[in-house]
Design a protein around this ligand. Structure first.
Ligand SMILES: [Zn+2]
Length: 291
C-alpha cells in the first residue's frame, strides 16, 4: 500500500496526454482527433485501448466494486512503477427485464397492466397497457313494414352486448325508427326506419241490387279514415280500371256494364307527414252485374 502516499490519481476523464505527460514526460498533445477517442472538448476517455504503453505493467487490475443494475462499479488499475492509479467507472448494467406478465387485461373502457421483473435484481416495473380500440358500430338491418296493432312494435334485433336500443314513433301508423347506440367494443349510433301501416279492411257487402250499380261496404279501420277502392273487369285489375279515394266505408259504382263481372278490392291508408302509408289489400270480391 506504499503507492498511496505518492500515487498520481487519475479519473477516467484524464486525457491520454495527461498520462503521457505525467508518466513519460512527453509534452506532445496526444489528445487530438484520431489519436484516441478524443471528444473534441479536450477530454478523452481513458480505456485500456488508449493505454497500450502501460497495459503490460499493471500490478493491480481488478473490479473492486461490481456494477449493479442501477449503480456504477469501479475497476482499479495500479502501476507501482509509474505511480499510476486509475479508478475506472464501470457503467451500471441497467435492468434486464423479463418478458413480463399481464396482471390486468385491458378492456374497451379500462387500461390494463403488465408487470416486468428484472432477472438480475428482481426489481419490478408496471407498465400500463392502453385500452382496446373500439370498432365503429356498423349494423345492417332491413326492417320490413309492420301492421298497426295498437301496441308498440319492435323487432327481435340481434344487437351487440350492452348496446342501447331506442324505438321512436313505433305505435301509430307512420314512419318509425329504432336507434342503436354502441357500447364498449362498438362506438357510434345506427338508426333504422320502418313503416307502420293500417290494418287491412274486409269487404262485408258487395251487391248489384239496382240497375248497373255495384254497391260495396267494408269494415271501418280505427287507426285511419281513408280508403282506396279498386274496380276492374278482370282479376288482374288491368281492364276498365277505376280507383276511388274516400273517407266513407261504403261506395256505389254506377254505369257498370250489364253482364260483366266486376272485381273489387279495398285498402286503407293514412297520410302522415305528407306520406301515404297503405294497408294490405282486402280479399277481392267478384260481382256479376245481372241488372
Ligand atoms: Zn435489475
Amino acid at each position: 500500500m506504499l503507492f498511496r502516499s505518492y500515487a498520481k490519481y487519475f479519473s477516467t476523464n484524464a486525457t491520454v496526454s495527461d498520462l503521457y505527460q505525467s508518466v513519460l514526460g512527453i509534452t506532445t498533445d496526444l489528445g487530438a482527433v484520431g489519436k484516441d477517442d478524443y471528444t473534441g472538448n479536450g477530454v478523452a476517455k481513458v480505456s485500456a485501448d488508449n493505454l497500450p504503453e502501460f497495459a503490460h505493467c499493471w500490478d493491480t487490475d481488478e473490479i473492486t466494486k461490481a456494477p449493479t443494475c442501477t449503480e456504477t462499479g469501479i475497476r482499479l488499475r495500479e502501476s507501482f512503477r509509474y505511480n499510476i492509479r486509475i479508478e475506472e467507472v464501470i457503467p451500471a448494467t441497467s435492468h434486464h427485464w423479463n418478458a413480463g406478465t399481464i396482471v390486468q387485461y385491458p378492456s374497451y373502457v379500462a387500461t390494463g397492466q403488465k408487470v416486468y421483473h428484472c432477472i438480475i435484481c428482481n426489481e419490478t416495473k408496471t407498465v400500463t397497457i392502453p385500452k382496446l380500440s373500439p370498432l365503429p358500430l356498423k349494423l345492417a338491418y332491413k326492417l320490413s313494414s309492420k301492421t298497426y296493432t295498437g301496441k308498440p312494435i319492435s323487432f327481435p334485433l340481434n344487437v351487440p352486448n350492452g348496446c342501447t336500443v331506442i324505438y321512436r314513433n313505433n305505435t301509430n301508423v307512420g314512419k318509425a325508427s329504432v336507434t342503436i347506440i354502441g357500447h364498449e367494443k362498438y362506438i357510434g349510433t345506427n338508426v333504422f326506419y320502418f313503416n307502420i301501416v293500417p290494418r287491412k279492411t274486409k269487404i262485408t257487402t258487395s251487391s248489384n241490387k239496382k240497375s248497373k250499380k255495384l254497391a260495396i261496404k267494408y269494415a271501418k279501420i280505427k287507426e285511419t279514415s281513408k280508403y282506396q277502392i279498386f274496380f276492374s273487369t278482370n282479376s288482374k285489375f288491368t281492364k276498365n280500371k277505376k280507383t276511388v279515394n274516400t273517407s266513407k266505408t261504403s261506395y256505389t259504382l254506377s254505369h257498370c256494364k250489364k253482364g260483366k263481372t266486376y272485381y273489387v278490392k279495398v285498402r286503407s291508408y293514412k297520410v302522415v307527414q305528407g306520406k301515404k302509408h297503405y294497408s294490405a289489400y282486402s280479399v277481392v270480391k267478384k260481382i256479376k252485374i245481372r241488372k
